[in-house]
Design a protein around this ligand. Structure first.
Ligand code: 13P
Ligand code: SF4
Length: 304
């Protein structure tokens, strides 16, 4: 049953011909009013297919809203809280990418979608945690500059014969870095029958203990298709909210403290305000958007 605030948002959304996109880490009450929920790749794909709406309200972090703008420069892209930034996306500048290219002129540059538009504009192609290995394997080059997440770079290196060079040397997500081997041992002891799903942004020693290493969208598919009844979820806590909305299985966060404060800045009140006042708009300068679009579209093409 939706509350009054949620119903107000749905009415406003209709009135303004808007669509609400939400990442899987959003609070449950925001997931409940979203038209579409997903991982970064699914949100990119959805953003590339929006033809019949004037406004996109993006309940996610800055790089996701920017990507929606890059794919829809003629639409109004709104983010309910302007402060919702992904700290990892800010760890790699366009200048860092240019410098790395100079140092390794024969390398291809594959950037995680968790980057700002200026860095995306310097990439040959983007990737997400759902398609990183496939993207790297699709390229002719054997040397790959990969950033900004060092742990995702490590994961890709385990699945390819190409040489992966992380840029910067130590990019990371503060949420996924929290998980330790001891956290896994404690939860495995408590729930010996549960399957352990781990996100590839986690540290290598934690990834090595996983039953499956998956993007958040991959986690949802795994929970739906597996015969198991219980799952330990090694990613941001509210992923369990998404899983609980879609399935009756038991999902246990690997660590209750693994909260992405940046994602949590969005609230129902702010979503309502965003629709009423049509704020806060997200844009990218034309020349940057044009160059970044090539890298995004190339990724979408390979992922179809
Ligand atoms: P997913 O693409 O797997 O949803 O991951 C996005 C993200 O920001 C993980 O921290
Ligand atoms: Fe960025 Fe980590 Fe938050 Fe994902 S969970 S948005 S990578 S800070």
């Amino acid at each position: 049953m939706l509350n009054q605030l949620q119903r107000d948002i749905l009415n406003l959304k209709k009135e303004k011909n808007a669509i609400i996109l939400a990442h899987n880490y959003q609070k449950k009450e925001i997931q409940e009013i979203a038209d579409f929920k997903g991982d970064s790749l699914e949100l990119c794909m959805k953003a590339s297919e929006i033809h019949d709406r004037d406004i996109v309200v993006f309940c996610g972090v800055d790089f996701m809203a920017e990507t929606a703008y890059i794919l829809n420069p003629d639409k109004k892209i709104l983010i309910p809280d302007r402060g919702a930034e992904c700290p990892m996306a800010h760890m790699l500048s366009a200048e860092d990418v240019r410098k790395a290219r100079k140092r390794y002129p024969d390398a291809a540059v594959v950037l995680y979608v968790n980057t700002l538009a200026e860095a995306k504009a310097e990439a040959d192609i983007l990737c997400t945690s759902a398609n990183a290995v496939k993207i790297v394997e699709s390229l002719e080059e054997d040397l790959i500059l990969f950033g900004p997440d060092r742990n995702l770079a490590w994961y890709v290196q385990q699945h390819t014969d190409k040489r992966i060079i992380p840029i910067p040397e130590n990019g990371y997500c503060y949420v996924h870095k929290m998980f330790t081997v001891a956290d896994v041992a404690a939860k495995r002891d408590e729930y010996p029958d549960a399957e352990l799903l781990i996100h590839p942004e986690c540290n290598p020693e934690v990834q090595e203990l996983a039953d499956h290493i998956l993007s958040t969208g991959g986690m949802l598919r795994r929970v739906l298709e597996s015969d198991r009844k219980r799952f330990i979820i090694g990613t941001e806590v509210d992923m369990t909210a998404r899983l609980d909305l879609e399935s009756d299985k038991e999902t246990i966060p690997l660590l209750a403290e693994a909260i992405c404060e940046n994602m949590k800045l969005h609230t129902l009140e702010k979503v309502k305000n965003s629709l009423i006042n049509e704020e806060f708009t997200v844009t990218v300068p034309d020349d940057v958007a044009e160059r970044a679009r090539r890298a995004v579209e190339r990724m979408i093409e390979v992922s179809r």
